[in-house]
Design a protein around this ligand. Structure first.
Ligand code: CP3
Length: 344
């Protein structure tokens, strides 16, 4: 096992004492960095995810620049479903676009099981990164079945999830067959990353907040729980994250997370009351706060750190991904501030 148990990041995930609160940022590898925009010139998003040399360089960029406590593999949630046969692209400024959406039972054929060999480029990238990163842990990740299904059914990003919900409520057998397939693909994809050496995994159910708690528990949680359960013997902390999930936090913890990611809407002490005292939390500064001036950033960071003390472990992060327009200097200063304020 290559899990970096003594790193502040893994220790916080496990609710152990830490020398300082660890910090990393969702979407830290990406368009807020000029060095990222440069290396991506003329290279499509999916192509860049499939090239271990680029994946390694882009993943390392924010670690070098900001001194964050963890790296996150540069990839995208649709990478495994593309590797499983779905014709899709990631369109700049839009997101994933699926050529032929999945709407009926016959369409399920287009989503075959994922074999570890379909994503050799991912294991190769992880191995290269683990060697380069030394004592900094690498986080692997995957999209959760609901969030992946929303792209496959809608054909692209959606505000209302109309077609997704229509299938979920109206054709539950087809829904469960689709989410079952996605759960298996996701489990395989995360296992590949664990076997190659990641120290933690994050399951992104970014759009689960579109559901009520009852519907989440009925239609979605069993599939996410199957994914998280499949990693129980992997020995890595499992982070479970979604946006707009105030009413889902308890269920997302129950689904089998060691760490629950919280967006900026729910204060971390309130989140801990909902989730229960046995799970660490990750979050949750509003990414828009980074545009409000340093005094505000500092005040709000101190608040988040204070509220995070209610949980057995706290990994500092934003409440969602870094926005492309963010000044990278602010992120560097923020890492130093978190370390300074929380340091013993
Ligand atoms: O966090 C990181 O730094 C690691 C890399 C990462 C990316 N996508 C790179 C990316 C991660 C963890 C993701 C996950 C992801 N992808 C999620 C879950 C996280 C979340 O934001 O809630 C989702 C929903 C997606 C789907 C997706 N891919 C969207 C909505 C977009 C944005 C579209 C756009 O261009 O505005 C993408 C594209 C994407 N994924 C980019 C990056 C760096 C931008 C593409 C580019 O640089 O050309």
């Amino acid at each position: 096992m290559t899990v970096l148990e003594d790193s502040p990041f893994v220790r916080a995930c496990r609710g152990r004492s830490v020398p300082h609160t660890p910090v990393w940022f969702m979407r830290q590898a990406g368009r807020s960095l000029p060095e990222y925009r440069k290396i991506r010139e003329g290279v499509g998003m999916l192509e860049s995810c499939r090239r271990p040399d680029l994946v390694t360089e882009i993943t390392l960029q924010p670690v070098r620049r900001h001194g964050v406590d963890a790296a996150i593999l540069f990839s995208d949630i649709v990478v495994p479903i593309a590797a499983a046969g779905v014709d899709l692209d990631i369109v700049a400024g839009t997101g994933p676009v699926v050529a032929e959406p999945i709407r009926a039972e016959a369409d399920l054929e287009r989503l075959r099981p994922l074999a570890a060999g379909d994503v050799d480029f991912v294991s190769e990238s992880v191995k290269l990164l683990v060697a380069e990163l030394g004592s900094t842990p690498l986080i692997g990740f995957a999209g959760a079945p609901f969030t992946l299904a929303s792209y496959l059914i809608e054909g692209g990003p959606s505000r209302t999830y109309l077609k997704t919900k229509a299938m979920m409520y109206g054709a539950p057998e087809l829904w469960n067959a689709l989410l079952g397939r996605l759960a298996e693909i996701t489990s395989t994809f995360l296992r590949v990353q664990v076997d190659a050496g990641v120290s933690a995994v994050q399951l992104f159910d970014s759009w689960a907040g579109a559901l009520s708690e009852a519907d989440y528990r009925r239609y979605v949680m069993p599939h996410s729980a199957a994914v998280l359960r499949s990693l129980l013997d992997a020995g890595v902390p499992r982070i479970h994250f979604g946006v707009n999930t105030t009413v889902l936090l308890e269920a997302m913890g129950e689904a089998g997370a060691d760490v629950v990611g919280v967006d900026w809407r729910t204060p971390l002490d309130d989140a801990t009351r909902r989730i229960g005292p046995d799970r660490a939390v990750q979050g949750n500064l509003d990414p828009a706060m980074l545009f409000a001036g340093w005094e505000t950033v500092e005040r709000e960071t101190r608040r988040v750190l204070a509220q995070g003390k209610a949980a057995p472990g706290h990994v500092f992060n934003l409440g969602h991904g870094v926005m492309p327009e963010t000044d990278p200097e602010i992120l560097t200063r923020l890492v130093a501030l978190v370390h300074e304020v929380s340091g013993t």
